[in-house]
Design a protein around this ligand. Structure first.
Ligand code: PLP
Length: 407
């Protein structure tokens, strides 16, 4: 028993009461891809458009002032949620853009012979931008390999004086593995390297404190934590943000513009050109309020109990292989699995016919799938509104899929 009551929570999520294929109730087990939204978030966005819509940080009128304060309030809420200061929170389009921002802005400070260290667990969003940085600069990409159970083999010898940045996931989007980010950060800092944590799967699911992790940068997406699509967050230690040149440039991020040259505002404005996405920020602020009211320890405990249930229920089906750890130790509520003799896409299709939405494929983590000898997996990812009965339906659905394909 955990401190969350998913049945009560579900009443806040209109989409969860709709039916899907064959008139089946929706069993949404794909929150790792994107989460659903409570009415509190939808209302915050609607209220913004109905009463306050204006271009924030501009205009001499009341609406502009209100939009600015809604936007900045949201920034302060997000900062509080991760233990940061408001000026250390940059709004981006997504976690992907946040990571690209750092990778692009570091270009001028990386040279041939330098090394960028990542892990084999990474989502492509925390892999491809570093490959591209290496191509631009002549630096070399290195990585911690994954162990057979999907955990990171943290080999300290890979961190040397050549290492300029270590970028690791806070939680694997495939296996749910939670790597020892604080330990990795300590090793990296000893060697003088910067540290970025891809927290797209961790900030939504368990308490994250940037000061305790002691990372220099941390990236996540609002849409995976009950917030709107289209708004991401880059946390950066203020001095690190201050030291980076801007990424995207234009209006709102400037101090003085002359035809010959431009100077820039301090962070976070330096990284937020253009008219801010205030409705999205209003929604994300409401999502932070919602999660805070539930309590992130409760969120993590609820997901752990669902993961334990799923690992047991799926693990006892003959021919089902769990991809990743089979215990809940240092792992979140994401469970990937293969069904012997049935391609993941076929499993996904049969489950879809039953109203059960999961993700199938390589989940933008192709190298990890290769490392774990898995071409494509099925992934169920849980969140605050999922129930134990849905886990049972998933397991029953997998048994039915096996029967359907005669394996
Ligand atoms: C671990 C991880 N990192 C980064 C991302 C990218 O997030 P977004 O597509 O919102 O930029 C995802 C999305 O699935 C993810 O799971």
């Amino acid at each position: 028993m955990t401190g969350l009551d998913p049945e009560t929570i579900r009443k806040d999520f209109p989409i969860l009461s709709r039916t899907v294929r064959n008139g089946k109730p929706l069993v949404y087990l794909d929150s790792g891809a994107t989460s659903q939204h409570p009415v509190q978030v939808l209302d915050a966005e609607r209220e913004y458009y109905e009463r306050h819509n204006a271009a924030a940080h501009r205009g001499a009128h009341l609406l502009g002032e209100e939009a600015t304060s809604i936007y900045e309030d949201a920034r302060a809420k997000v900062a509080g949620f991760i233990g940061a200061e408001a000026q250390e929170v940059v709004f981006t389009k997504s976690a992907t853009e946040a990571i690209n921002l750092v990778a692009f802005s570091l270009t001028g400070s990386i040279k041939p012979g330098d090394e960028i260290l990542i892990s084999e667990l990474e989502h492509h969003a925390n892999l491809v931008p570093w490959q591209q940085l290496c191509l631009r600069t002549g630096a070399t990409l290195r990585w911690f390999t994954s162990l057979p159970d999907g955990r990171i083999d943290v080999d300290p010898s890979l961190i040397t004086e050549r290492t300029k940045i270590v970028a690791v996931t806070g939680q694997s989007n495939v296996t749910g593995v939670i790597p020892p980010v604080a330990d990795i950060a300590a090793l990296a800092h000893e060697a003088g390297a910067l540290v970025l944590c891809d927290a797209a799967q961790s900030v939504p699911h368990h308490p994250v404190d940037v000061k305790a992790l002691d990372v220099d940068f941390l990236a996540f997406s609002g849409h995976k934590m009950l917030g709107p699509l289209g708004l991401g967050v880059l946390y950066g230690k203020y001095d690190q943000l201050d030291a980076l040149p801007p990424f995207l440039t234009g209006g709102s991020m400037i101090e003085v513009v002359r035809m010959e040259e431009t100077t820039f505002l301090p962070p976070p404005a330096k990284f937020e050109p253009g008219v801010p996405a205030v409705s999205l920020a209003a929604g994300l602020g409401a999502a932070v309020d919602y999660l805070t009211a539930l309590g992130m320890d409760n969120v993590a405990a609820h997901e752990e109990s669902l993961a334990a249930h799923a690992l047991g229920a799926l693990g006892e089906i003959p021919g089902v292989r769990i991809i990743g750890p089979v215990t809940t130790e240092d792992r979140g509520g994401t469970v990937a699995f293969e069904v012997e003799g049935v391609h993941a896409h076929d499993v996904g299709q049969v489950l879809d016919e039953l109203g059960i939405a999961i993700r199938t494929g390589h989940h933008c983590a192709w190298p990890l799938h290769r490392a774990l000898s898995c071409q494509a997996s099925n992934r169920a990812s849980f969140y605050v509104y999922n129930t134990h009965s849905e886990v049972d339906q998933l397991a029953e659905g997998v048994r039915y899929a096996k029967q359907f394909f005669g394996v």
